[in-house]
Design a protein around this ligand. Structure first.
Ligand code: BGC
Length: 759
């Protein structure tokens, strides 16, 4: 379809109308020109297609659909294939239900465990969030259905989400909050990007040309359309100029009128409007011209949901090999309201109308007879002594106890943040009571974000099932009984307590501002730098088999900025059960050129292995793997020097290390002025000799020569040569005038000559 031609035939009113939704979920059509309306839907982990009364908070019922694991869980797969499969399944369902775009993935960084939407978000780490989201997008879009990566950008809390300004410095935005979007755009070209509600450094994301055009389109090469989050538009004309093509859900024509008025009075160029309409039409025809006949087979997709959940669940602790349970042999008591009614998804716009949700109590019957006691309600935080007593009795009689704990729906949802990081008190109380009568306790957790675990040292097993979709119970029981080998790894750190979190003092802000004062030190980047003990580290997850990672090899020992280096390791399954290991590659900058985290994830690979099998994994590192964002040049930069390559199966279990020498090909701009300090001159290859020859002598009294030292033994003892040199380091050229006869003309000449040497 020639969209340019269609645009040329549209009236101004039609074009302005095209830039907002016809209703909650549809774009507008233009019948006379053969432009159909298309429907979009949440997302991200299943379809929330609303047939009737529409809303954006998941309040009203949508069609019956399949609820796949939420991103808090799928991220733990650390497996691009898993994400691609999930994307394909959802894309197929969209085709069957005539949905042109699924509103996901949601990739905002988990800055605080309290963010109400963390269950929908991928990780605290930008690399893993970008890689996994790109794979998901590729999966969905392979079915000719679009995605909407959201919420761009720096939307990391629900508190005042539609008005708050995220105050974030440039380097932190570039290193932490933008990369999930950047990677997804560069690797997978999502059909749409959804701008967030909030402001960034005072400017609404939806009115920031820098964000939506300069960075997103010009720098990263985004080709699709930008859609506003539902109701995010403040000034429609400013938004259009900045790069918001489509306003959703629309404003019943009010903002269309603003656009028309602005074009008429010349404050908005019609070309900008035409461009937005073109992008919208392109999306519409891209979808309608590739319609596929698909069937939404809910039974079949339920099975896929179970299979996917099995790839995500994380075995956090397994002392004395309490797991797997022995089919029928162990007498088991199952305790906790979540065993009878799993919490498998979060609330808000991602809420799926799932009907096929078996409970663990039901599924466990396939394995053996179990004694079930509710112990606590899964809905509220009230200690019911009768329930506790029954549960303790059941626990006493059993050989092993499995407690299904977690966060009730009301504890975490879109629209508000959590107020603390604890489980409901009634659950912690019950777990303690059970531990008094029973040593063999396993806790299964259903939660969308980390919880404090005051009992973690006393229970023998912990299974983090997160909100892993409607197949939760089937997947969890298979793992409990060892029919499936757990393989998930945490994509976020579980701190000991909320107060340990780096954002703690600044979350969620006041006065319509939230300061991201911790900068780049988010998640493990912070805990590691502070050498702070955590409950479970980033990347952690156990298996029923054992893996050996060995034989780290780099294809070259030195790598230039323009080159890549290949890192390979062998992974072997040395145990008796087939399993999957996630090899994780971290890089540490030892150059000292900038403040950097202890290490950062720059590669990972999920590897499936039969018992005894060995595979070689290869990961490629490029400039970005070593670089940090240098605000002096507004670009990525890595200094020449040594970088450690660290490989393991958790951020806290590095088993192989090597060093690579990186050679920068970027010369940082350097201008010498009279305020330049001698240390910087001495550190510069081109200026060192000149400085030693011509400037150091002027250090006068500060640099005591040998004779002076001899003459004044006391001074020599008090101020050693090293100390003098160190002090000289911080002395500006201009101060040489204070220590010796150093006329201004001579100083200015030196500054000139030094700058000459830099040319
Ligand atoms: C949410 C989006 C969602 C949209 C439509 C908004 O409130 O922030 O994530 O896609 O509603 O339901």
């Amino acid at each position: 379809m020639n969209v340019k031609e269609i645009v040329s035939k549209m009236t101004l009113e039609e074009k302005a109308g095209m830039c907002s939704g016809a209703d909650f979920w549809h774009t507008r059509g233009v019948e006379r020109l053969g432009v159909p309306a298309v429907m979009v839907s949440d997302g991200p982990n299943g379809l929330r297609k609303q047939a009737n009364q529409a809303d954006h908070l998941g309040v009203n019922e949508s069609i019956e659909a399949v609820c796949f694991p939420a991103a808090c869980a799928t991220s733990c797969s650390f497996d691009r294939n898993v994400m691609r499969k999930l994307g394909k399944a959802i894309g197929k369902e969209c085709q069957a239900e005539d949905l042109s775009v699924i509103l996901g993935p949601a990739v905002n960084i988990k800055r605080s465990p309290l963010c109400g939407r963390n269950f929908e978000y991928v990780s605290e780490d930008p690399y893993v969030a970008g890689e996994l989201s790109a794979a998901f997008i590729q999966g969905v879009q392979s079915k000719d259905v679009g995605t909407s990566i959201k919420h761009f950008a720096a939307n990391n809390q629900e508190y005042h989400r539609m008005s708050v300004s995220s105050e974030v410095d440039e380097r932190t935005l570039r290193e932490i909050y933008y990369p999930p979007f950047e990677t997804a755009v560069k690797k997978a070209q999502p059909w749409t990007v959804m701008n967030s509600y909030n402001r960034i450094n005072g400017i609404f994301a939806g009115e920031s040309k820098e964000l939506l055009t300069d960075i997103l389109r010009d720098e990263w090469g985004f080709k699709g359309l930008v859609v506003s989050d539902w109701g995010a538009v403040s000034d429609r004309v400013e938004g259009l100029k900045a790069g918001v093509d489509l306003e959703m859900p629309g404003s019943l024509g009010t903002n269309d009128q603003e656009i028309i008025k602005a074009v008429r009075d010349g404050s908005l160029s019609e070309e900008i409007l035409d461009q937005a309409v073109e992008r919208i039409l392109k999306l519409i025809f891209r979808y309608t011209e590739h319609r596929k006949k698909e069937v939404f087979d809910r039974k079949k997709d339920h099975k896929k949901a179970v299979e996917l959940a099995k790839q995500c669940i994380v075995l956090l602790k397994n002392e004395d090999k309490i797991l797997p349970l022995k089919d029928g042999k162990d007498e088991i008591a199952v305790i906790g309201g979540f065993a009878a009614k799993p919490r498998f998804q979060g609330g808000g716009s991602g809420h799926i109308n799932a009907k096929q949700v078996p409970s663990a109590v039901e599924i466990l019957q396939n394995y053996q007879k179990v004694r079930y006691a509710e112990g606590f309600s899964a809905k509220e935080d009230v200690i019911d002594q009768k329930l506790v007593k029954d549960a303790v009795e059941a626990a006493k009689k059993a050989k092993k106890v499995v407690i299904f704990a977690g966060l009730p729906d009301s504890f975490e949802s879109e629209g508000y943040d959590r107020s603390h990081m604890r489980l409901p008190d009634c659950q912690n109380y019950l777990i303690k009571k059970i531990l008094k009568v029973q040593k063999n306790v396993v806790v299964v957790l259903h939660n969308g974000s980390p919880v404090e675990m005051p009992w973690a040292d006393d229970v023998k097993g912990i299974v983090e099932a997160y909100l892993c979709g409607e197949g939760a119970a089937e997947a969890v029981t298979d793992i409990l009984y060892g029919k499936t080998n757990p393989c998930g790894k945490l994509a976020e750190t579980f701190p000991m307590k909320l107060e340990d979190n780096p954002s703690y003092l600044n979350f969620p802000g006041t006065d319509e501002k939230v300061s991201y004062a911790e900068g780049i030190f988010v998640g493990y980047r912070y805990y590691e730098a502070k050498k702070m003990p955590v409950r479970f580290p980033f990347g952690h997850g156990l298996s029923y088999t054992q893996f050996e990672i060995s034989n780290l090899h780099l294809n070259q020992k030195a790598v230039k900025e323009s080159e890549t280096v290949e890192v390979s390791v062998d992974v072997k399954n040395t145990g008796k059960m087939a399993g999957k290991e996630v090899v994780q590659l971290y890089v540490r900058d030892t150059t000292g050129a900038a403040i950097r985290p202890e290490k950062e994830l720059k590669g990972f690979e999920a590897v499936e292995l039969e018992p005894g099998e060995k595979k070689t994994v290869t990961m490629t590192l490029n400039k970005r793997s070593f670089a940090w964002y240098n605000v002096k040049i507004h670009d990525w930069y890595a200094a020449t020097g040594d970088y450690r390559i660290m490989v393991g199966n958790s951020s806290q279990n590095i088993v192989e290390e090597a060093v690579v020498h990186y050679i920068s090909e970027t010369e940082l701009p350097f201008v010498v002025t009279k305020d330049t300090i001698l240390g910087d001159l001495l550190a510069h290859e081109k200026l060192r000799d000149y400085t030693k020859r011509n400037l150091m002598e002027h250090m006068g009294v500060l640099v005591a020569d040998e004779n002076t030292q001899k003459a004044n033994q006391a001074a020599a003892e008090a101020i050693t040569t090293e100390m003098q040199e160190a002090m000289a380091q911080y002395t500006p050229i201009r101060s040489l005038r204070s220590f010796s006869d150093y006329p201004n003309e001579e100083m200015e000449k030196a500054v000139r000559e030094l700058n000459e040497l830099l040319k």
